[in-house]
Write a protein that binds this ligand. Structure first.
Ligand SMILES: CC(C)(COP(=O)(O)OP(=O)(O)OC[C@H]1O[C@@H](n2cnc3c(N)ncnc32)[C@H](O)[C@@H]1OP(=O)(O)O)[C@@H](O)C(=O)NCCC(=O)NCCS
Length: 197
């Protein structure tokens, strides 16, 4: 369905974002690693508590709710499967960034989750993480790397991804139940998306 031009009402209790899909079809030129003592750690078969905690610390402020709504069995079925790889960015001995890659579609890699915790935003850690993500992706026999981001995410995300070599190619509207109203995420989070109930 194509939304009509003009304003479309979203019911109270729901949230709505504009989603931008971006892709690259060749290995981009490399950007320098900013100075910083970060490392990347691959986490095989992540413990669910560990994954949910990191996911929440990186994404709650940006209303990342889908994974937090999943039951244990649902979460296992998306992160403990061949072709899906989870990595943590380690800073000062702590896991402070999340990278999730999905290689399940032949010839493609989706950056399913990408982000760092609040204290690392704007410090160069995300560039370090993206450099590692692109090395991991393009070390395979791929023809496409893609991701999507939305207007709930950090406002620098779209420009950051474009500087990284991604090209926007698709726009969508996502509507969902507000995850702050059912306890999925804290009610006091994401003030850039005010609650309407
Ligand atoms: C959106 C997000 C990825 C953007 O990253 P960021 O924190 O602004 O990125 P960084 O600070 O690592 O890098 C930004 C630029 O500043 C530069 N920079 C930052 N600190 C630097 C330093 N100390 N010295 C030199 N350069 C530095 C980086 O090199 C980079 O430059 P480039 O893009 O030209 O290569 C990040 O804010 C984030 O993870 N947000 C939370 C989760 C989120 O919204 N994720 C996106 C969901 S799809």
């Amino acid at each position: 369905m194509i939304l009509p031009d003009g304003y479309s009402d979203i019911p109270a209790g729901k949230i709505a974002a504009v989603v931008t899909h971006l892709e690259m079809t060749a290995r981009p030129s490399r950007r320098d690693d900013p100075p910083g003592a970060w490392t990347l750690r691959k986490v095989d078969a992540p413990a669910l508590d560990w994954y949910r905690d990191l996911h929440r610390r990186v994404g709650e402020e940006w209303l990342w709710f889908s994974r937090l709504r999943m039951t244990d069995a649902e979460l296992v079925s998306v992160i403990h499967v061949p072709g899906v790889e989870v990595y943590a960015l380690v800073a000062d001995g702590r896991d402070e960034g999340l990278l999730e890659l999905d290689f399940r579609q032949a010839g493609q890699c989706e950056l399913v989750y990408f982000g760092v915790t609040a204290r690392l935003i704007g410090r160069g850690a995300a560039r370090f993480l993206m450099n590692r993500a692109l090395e991991l992706a393009w070390s395979r026999d791929l023809r496409r790397v893609w991701l999507h981001t939305c207007t709930f995410d950090h406002p620098s995300a779209v420009a950051f991804y474009q500087r990284s070599g991604f090209r926007p190619f698709r726009r969508q509207i996502e509507v969902a139940d507000d995850p702050r109203l059912d306890g999925t995420v804290s009610r006091t989070t994401a003030r850039h998306v005010p609650i309407i109930e």
